[in-house]
Design a protein around this ligand. Structure first.
Ligand code: SF4
Ligand code: SF4
Length: 303
């Protein structure tokens, strides 16, 4: 793995107008790929980037584009790679993309589990076995009953997600199951314990669960509510420690339209920081409601 590219920490500061803090770019540990663009076979009611079969605001990335970014990442010392969308396995080049990435570092794919056929899961296991790096597959679900999950992800999705999880386990891959706080159960320690029990009951002997906070943007804005004016980092000064905890101090997101600050703000024009990775390694102004969520709840999209 390449040496970590570490800049001298930039003193926490505030924007020129004194209203919002900046997060410094401390290192580039994690590189995200919006590999399926905003195109998804589902249309979840809480999707913070409103993905759907017809949302082309960001297009899919090709193997060639990913290859070019992987080369750019080496001298910057990237340590791990994440793939999201939309639905990554809707990208016809997803397997070769993972194969290529796993020659360079560990990879994680975030999927809705719909396209995880037994064959595809066996291919993933082969790719994983051939690499010296780890491959994590993260499968999203929104409850451990069809009633709760399907209300958010769509009719019939619960059974298909279970099928995908079971195919991964059958191929020898232990998925990370992610659930958002849209599933009320997931918010409390007791609810999480029940979730873990349920995961064991479906055959995951060593259950791995990640609970994600909701971002009140995209479709979620219409499902429950948008951010209110007080949900903001306006007037706040971040300590160095607080800055380091924000994932944007050590990540960037590659999309078909350039490089964005993080995986959350790809619909915000000002969050597009440039075309090359190197030029985006500079401070970013935390002026969005989503930044408040990250800061208050310690959110990271990493596994
Ligand atoms: S939450 Fe995930 S699965 Fe659902 S629409 Fe958005 S990208 Fe697709
Ligand atoms: S949304 Fe979160 S990760 Fe993105 S820039 Fe704001 S604080 Fe950073």
């Amino acid at each position: 793995m390449p040496a970590r590219f570490l800049r001298a920490p930039i003193a926490p500061t505030v924007s020129d107008d004194g209203l919002y803090p900046f997060v410094p770019s401390i290192s580039l540990d994690t590189l995200w790929f919006q590999v399926a663009g905003t195109i998804c076979n589902l249309k979840c009611t809480h999707c913070f980037i409103s993905c759907s079969p017809s949302n082309h605001s960001h297009e899919m990335l090709t193997l060639g584009e990913v290859r070019r970014r992987l080369a750019e990442a080496i001298p910057l010392g990237v340590r791990e790679y994440y793939f999201t969308g939309g639905e990554p396995f809707g990208n016809p080049e997803m397997l070769p993309i993972l194969e290529e990435t796993l020659r360079q570092g560990p990879a994680t794919v975030l999927t809705n589990g719909m396209f995880l056929s037994p064959d595809r899961c066996r291919s993933l296991k082969r790719i994983f076995d051939a690499s010296e790096y780890s491959l994590d597959v993260r499968v999203s679900i929104d409850g451990y009953t069809a009633e709760v999950n399907d209300a958010i992800r769509g009719a019939g999705t619960f059974e298909k997600i279970l099928g995908g999880i079971s195919n991964l386990a059958g191929a020898g891959l232990n998925p990370v199951v992610t659930v958002t706080e849209a599933c009320e159960e997931a918010g409390s320690p007791a609810g999480r314990a029940r979730f873990l029990d349920w995961m064991r009951s479906i055959g995951l002997e060593r259950p791995r669960l990640k609970v994600l906070s909701l971002f009140r943007i995209g479709a979620e804005e219409g499902r429950l509510r948008a951010y209110e004016s007080w949900e903001s980092l306006r007037g706040r000064h971040l300590t160095e420690d607080e800055s380091e905890k924000l994932q944007c101090s050590s990540c960037r997101m590659v999309t078909s339209r350039g490089v964005y600050v993080c995986p959350i703000l790809i619909d915000e024009p000002r969050a597009r920081m440039g075309e090359s990775l190197a030029e985006t390694l500079r401070p970013f102004r935390l002026e969005y409601g989503a930044c408040f969520t990250c800061h208050e709840f310690g959110v990271t999209c990493r596994t």
